[in-house]
Design a protein around this ligand. Structure first.
Ligand code: UD1
Ligand code: CA
Length: 456
């Protein structure tokens, strides 16, 4: 394709209102797999290394522009939504005559790069359409072919006769054509149709009348051409997408207890023999090493879990690094900046934030550990709290190797516990605890003999 055209330019149509979404959010900002529909399309567009990406947005679509302010695309406003042909008309002044134009739809998010490459290659001389087999009830435009099987025109569902509606070959809306040819065809479009719009699809009949060949390409996967027009469409496409992700994970050696009960909203990579139990959600970049096991109902975002680690049921991890052989949870929360060394243990109802926990150290029950550096082989008892925040600033707690922190201790930061130190249960530690010694703060215990409980 590079040889035939000095450059490729992509037009993304995103000005439609999406009324059927019944939402105040522009349609292309609705999310699939955790990202706006338009983000999926722009990623695929960028992967084709075009000279430019022109996004046609509508009146009131300022939110779209704002959401993609850093996307490096050319914004084209379409003042009134007068149809897909009008949208392309608005973009044309921004395009170079020598380019090949590829038209994508902002509400068809899963279009694939390889399919688009094939389409562009076929458009070298005339025009190429991405078409597919649709079920009868799906109201896509239909491809009308002539007696010799060549493409004759596209008829929109609303304009089609009952016979035309029976045609199985449907228009995906994605097409490629040389810019110079589009300049010729677009001004000749008319609004003589059921919707009174300028249909981009009518360029096909114009091409045929000009004796220009119109090629068709079909997508590698059915989901590539599925458009989102309603929330029901979006939900179906989300499930289809997740199913594909689940299949790919299993192909790479992960065991999914139920491939229909996993959600990947970002990039999840798994080593061999990773086991993922039901109802886990993965967001952002997540890496799971060989043989690690993720229990049911976990939410894991932007985290790395090393080989052989075990995340038990109901854990929430965000920005955490879990070392090999660690055991986390059930019911643990690891917040950003948590780094667990090999074989560390973080048990139930423990929250860890911006802290390093050394090899073989244990925080097994009901603790809050924030802004701490914990050495190796440390035992943190139940209910230990780092008091890291004075209302204005955060302070650090440092605990040396082999230290033992008794249950219900408050470590009032900044504070340091030396290596091998023992802190007695119930201590409020406000000064450093020396290495190797027992430190405790405790009110003396007394018994009031003969005391009686008040009676009602
Ligand atoms: C369009 C095609 C139809 C195809 C279907 C596939 C036309 C006339 N019809 O129909 O053949 O089967 O897509 O999904 O092209 N848009 C604008 N400005 C406008 C109108 C639309 O930017 O004035 C954008 C929309 O935001 C959307 C895309 O173009 O991303 C398609 O528009 P839509 O109204 O959804 O077209 P369909 O009726 O689905
Ligand atoms: Ca549509």
């Amino acid at each position: 394709m590079q040889g035939l055209f000095p450059s490729l330019e992509i037009i993304v149509l995103a000005a439609g209102q999406g009324r059927r979404m019944a939402s105040s959010l522009p349609k292309v900002l609705h999310t699939l797999a955790g990202r706006p529909l338009l983000a999926h399309v722009l990623d695929t567009a960028a992967a084709l290394a075009p000279r430019a990406i022109h996004v046609v947005y509508g009146h009131g679509g300022e939110r779209v522009r704002e959401a993609f302010a850093d996307a490096g695309v050319d914004w084209v406003v379409q003042p009134a939504q007068k149809g897909t042909g009008d949208a392309v008309r608005c973009a044309l002044p921004h395009l170079d005559d020598r380019s090949l134009a590829l038209v994508l739809l902002g509400d068809v998010p899963l279009i694939g790069r390889d399919t688009l490459k094939a389409l562009c290659e076929r458009a070298s001389d005339g025009a190429a359409l991405l078409t597919f087999e649709a079920a009868h009830e799906n109201q896509y435009g239909r491809i009308v072919r002539d007696a010799r099987g060549g493409v004759a025109r596209i008829v929109e569902w609303r304009d089609a006769t009952p016979d035309e509606r029976r045609i199985r070959e449907a228009n995906s809306g994605v097409l490629a054509a040389p810019v110079a040819r589009l300049r010729h065809w677009i001004p000749r479009l008319t609004t003589a149709n059921a919707q009174g719009e300028l249909y981009l699809t009518d360029i096909v009949a114009l091409a045929v009348a000009d004796g220009v060949a119109v090629a068709t390409v079909s997508p590698a996967r059915a989901t590539e051409v599925e458009g989102v027009n309603s929330r029901a469409d979006l939900a179906l496409l989300e499930r289809a997408y997740q199913e594909e992700r689940a299949q790919a994970l299993m192909a790479s050696g992960a065991q999914l207890m139920d491939p229909r009960r996993i959600d990947v909203r970002g990039a999840l990579t798994t080593g061999r023999d990773v086991l993922i139990d039901v109802n886990c959600v993965f967001e952002g970049q997540v890496e799971i090493g060989e043989g690690a096991r993720i229990g049911p109902h976990c939410v894991i975002r932007d985290s790395r879990i090393a080989s052989g680690a075990r995340i038990e049921a109901h854990c929430v991890l965000d920005g955490a690094e879990v070392g090999s052989g660690c055991v986390v949870g059930p019911f643990a929360r690891l917040r950003p900046g948590t780094v667990l060394g090999p074989r560390a243990r973080v048990g139930n109802f423990v929250e860890v934030k911006a802290s390093r926990v050394g090899t073989d150290s244990k925080i097994n029950h009901l603790s809050y550990v924030g802004d701490a550096v914990i050495g190796a082989g440390v035992n943190i008892g139940a209910g230990v709290i780092t008091c890291n925040y004075d209302g204005a600033r955060k302070h650090r707690t440092v605990i040396g190797d082999g230290a033992f922190i008794g249950s219900d201790t408050q470590l009032v930061a900044p504070v340091e516990v030396g290596a091998g130190a023992t802190v007695g249960a119930g201590t409020t530690l406000t000064k450093d605890a020396p290495a190797g010694e027992l430190t405790l703060s405790r009110v003396g215990q007394k018994t009031v003999s003969g005391w009686r409980r008040p009676e009602k």
